[in-house]
Design a protein around this ligand. Structure first.
Ligand code: DP6
Length: 334
């Protein structure tokens, strides 16, 4: 099945509805950090994962997107990122255009304005919030009235991790079994945790070299260790849900840190090797371990980029801020 057919399957009778020129829809979606990672696809086109994953959404760190239908005769989409018009040849505009192709009728063009409160492509998951916000904005524009589950499936077709950014709080993306991906969607866990904290350490704002999609493909194709990954994720998912239910910060931190390091081990053993860490990343990792050895309850996680995310409870926030004055602290539950 193609991604466009998948969109059609989700929208059913709502597919192909017309809106007036100039009509617009706007939405906000939070970024998310996976505590149990998504790394590898069973279907490239539909972005269906080999395993489930679990994340926490980052509240006011995310993406606001407005999509407007342009008038007849507009030659191309107009894409604006953080107030700057992005040329059609640039990666960001191409990804947005390819996603819009899944929805547009012949000749239809859009103006897309995106504002990120996270650095684009710096490992802080702006593609996740970006595609989630775009899917939600299209839903508003066309008035489809999609359910959260439908929005999650639509967002997934832009970027896998975007499936998890349509919800706040802790979110689990089920891998699903179906070939059409209708059962591969993300759902909010019934767990409020006001004392849960995430800290973003921006080690480097530079765009990453190898994107997640290529990184996953290379890892799955060339790392012997990748064979161990799906079972590891299943185990970590089950343990993570128990740890969250028990509000056990140490357990959550241990599982998340171990899962991230296991993912990075599969990357490092790919050929050619994939190492996203910069010297500053490794220094930050060592600082986390040193802090822990001194009794601070802080753990780390990292995605396909050089930045480090800290996981800790409100009780350790003062210590964390003292050690990392530049840290951006997020309280996902307000
Ligand atoms: C390391 O969702 O960016 O951040 O589906 O190819 O767009 P595509 O990949 P993407 O991958 C995110 C990978 C990760 C882990 C995670 O967020 O679970």
């Amino acid at each position: 099945m193609t991604a466009r057919e998948a969109v059609r399957a989700v929208l059913g009778e709502r597919w192909g509805g017309a809106v007036d020129e100039g009509a617009a829809g706007e939405a906000y979606a939070p970024a998310n950090i996976a505590l149990v990672k998504y790394w590898g696809k069973r279907d490239e086109e539909l972005k269906l994962p080999v395993a489930g994953s679990l994340s926490v959404s980052l509240g006011d760190l995310g993406t606001r997107t407005r999509v407007r239908r342009l008038g007849a005769g507009a030659g191309e989409d107009e894409v604006t990122l953080n107030g700057r018009r992005v040329g059609g040849g640039e990666g960001f505009a191409r990804r947005v255009g390819t996603y819009l192709d899944l929805f547009r009728a012949e000749g239809e063009r859009y103006a897309v304005e995106t504002e990120n409160t996270v650095p684009t492509a710096a490992g802080l998951a702006s593609s996740a919030s970006g595609f989630a916000a775009l899917a939600m904005a299209l839903d508003k524009l066309y008035g489809w009235g999609c359910t959260a589950r439908e929005l999650s499936v639509l967002a997934r077709l832009g970027s896998g991790s975007a499936a998890r950014s349509v919800e706040e709080g802790f979110v689990e993306w089920r891998k699903g079994e179906r070939e059409d991906g209708a059962d591969s969607w993300a759902e909010r866990l019934d767990a409020e945790w006001p004392g849960f904290r995430v800290g973003a350490l921006v080690v480097s704002g530079a765009a990453k070299g190898v994107g997640s999609g290529e990184g996953m493909r290379r890892t799955a194709a060339t790392s012997d260790f990748y064979a161990l990954w799906p079972a590891r994720v299943e185990r970590d998912l089950a343990a993570m849900k128990e740890a969250i239910a028990a509000r056990d910060m140490a357990r959550v931190g241990e599982i998340a840190e171990g899962n991230a390091l296991a993912m990075h081990a599969t990357m490092a053993t790919a050929r050619p090797p994939l190492v996203y860490a910069l010297p500053e990343t490794v220094a930050a990792m060592r600082e986390v371990w040193a802090a822990r050895a001194e009794g601070v309850g802080v753990w780390l996680t990292m995605d396909a980029g050089p930045n480090v995310k800290l996981l800790f409870g409100a009780g350790d926030e003062a210590d964390v801020r003292r050690r990392w004055p530049g840290v951006r602290v997020v309280a996902p539950f307000g």
